[in-house]
Design a protein around this ligand. Structure first.
Ligand code: SAH
Length: 404
């Protein structure tokens, strides 16, 4: 495909999977089609795994034609599937406009967890994250989020099922909340994908105003990317911190009535050598999280070419997690999965493997996207970039300068 015959973004029809069942019934009713046909379609798409209207044999042919004129079915093509030696699989998916995104399927003992993306690239520019280095292209539609789940489900062995879903792939889910919410409604709908809300976790770098609206969508879990115990360090690692600093973010979580011991916040803490791995950090954390139902997920930094940070030695990782544990925090250490195929946390950057399982097309219009100078919505007016980090704390500076 050349750039000339790339589908036009503006002319693209919505997908049937862009709408939860209630909304689809409404869209159908507006067109004079029986609303129950939307329920039949949900069964075909989510229970029977249909990928084309022709398969939906209990719909009249003329209605199928009319639906086909108004709606797409499929939104993503699997361009490549890579398997890690540990069983993790990474799907490289291509959208109608040539945009590429990744989803990662992680098998554990009795679980299959899927990590989905919510944006093409990411606007947040976290200094240790490979996706952040890509820049931001656009939000994913609800259908594109749901399609990641449907494609991944086909890889789960017969007799087993996709059990857990984490919104921890590319992008910031809370900067795409309307589409993320609609996708969640489809995922938890008993007549849709029927996932248990408690098996779904949405991770945010801390887009504070969108946290309460997210918790309203369904009783899903919230994860917050913490990564530092002082604003000084977090400002550098997660530039969004300059807009919503730690005290404000923690204060809001402390006051959030929907969080409790059974529905705690999962705090992700990526450990970077010499940056955020000191015993002072370990001592500050329980004070920072006091009064918030919390579980801390420690993730040793997954190194990659776009960031100068490294994981600490395993002795330091153990010392850090032990200190949190002794302070009474609930702590887990996340094992790296899929590092060999760049599928681990923070490594998703659309690198196409040298020996693809399917030959990728040339990607129309997929030039390197630019980072927006300013963002809309909750971040309007908030500007940052690599140049405005200000003075770095000495340890961060040392690492930022290394290997440059
Ligand atoms: N934007 C959301 C969703 C991404 S979740 C968020 O920030 O929460 C991806 C998680 O992996 C985040 O906690 C992120 O901070 C973490 N991460 C990013 N780069 C990483 C790296 N190189 N090693 C380990 N974890 C990383």
């Amino acid at each position: 495909m050349s750039a000339g015959d790339a589908p036009n973004h503006a002319r693209r029809r919505p997908s049937l999977k862009d709408h939860a069942r209630g909304a689809l019934r409404q869209r159908f009713a507006e067109r004079g089609w029986p609303a129950y046909r939307a329920d039949q379609i949900a069964t075909w798409l989510y229970k029977q795994d249909a990928t084309a209207l022709e398969q939906m044999t209990n719909l009249p042919a003329d209605l199928r034609d009319a639906i086909g004129e108004a709606f797409e079915v499929e939104t993503l093509v699997v361009e490549q599937t890579q398997a890690s030696i540990d069983g993790t699989r990474k799907l490289l998916l291509r959208a109608f406009d040539g945009a590429r995104i990744e989803a990662v399927l992680i098998p554990e003992e009795r679980r299959h967890t899927l990590c989905v993306s919510t944006q093409v690239g990411c606007p947040l520019t976290c200094s240790f994250c490979a996706t952040g280095a890509l820049g931001f292209t656009r939000n994913l539609s609800a259908g594109e989020i749901v399609d990641q789940v449907l494609h991944a489900r086909r890889l789960v062995p017969a007799g087993e099922s996709l059990t857990n879903l984490v919104f921890m792939g590319m992008g910031e889910p809370l900067l795409n909340l309307p589409n993320v919410s609609e996708a969640i409604r489809i995922l938890v709908d008993p007549k849709g994908l029927a996932l248990a809300p408690r098996r779904i976790t949405v991770s945010t770098a801390g887009v504070l105003p969108q946290i309460a609206p997210l918790l309203d969508v369904a009783p899903i879990h919230l994860a917050v990317s913490l990564h530092a115990t002082t604003d000084e360090v977090r400002d550098v690692l997660v530039p969004l911190n300059r807009r919503f600093p730690l005290a404000e973010l923690m204060g809001a979580l402390r006051r959030e009535p929907r969080l409790n011991r059974r529905r705690p916040v999962f705090f992700e803490y990526t450990l970077m050598e010499g940056v955020n791995d000191s015993l002072e950090d370990a001592r500050r954390m329980p004070r920072l999280l006091a009064g918030i139902p919390a579980k801390v997920n420690v993730i040793p930094m997954n190194p990659h070419a776009d960031a100068p940070y490294r994981p600490p030695s395993s002795a330091v990782v153990d010392r850090f997690t032990a200190a949190l544990h002794e302070a009474g925090l609930r702590v887990t250490l996340r094992r790296d999965r899929g590092r060999d195929i760049d599928a681990a946390c923070g490594q998703l950057a659309n690198r196409v493997a040298a020996a693809p399982s399917t030959a990728p097309d040339s990607v129309p219009g997929a030039g390197r996207p630019t980072r927006p100078d300013s963002l809309q919505g909750p971040l309007a007016g908030n500007r940052w970039g690599p140049g405005d980090a200000g003075a770095l704390p000495p340890a961060v500076e040392a690492h930022a300068l290394r290997d440059r």
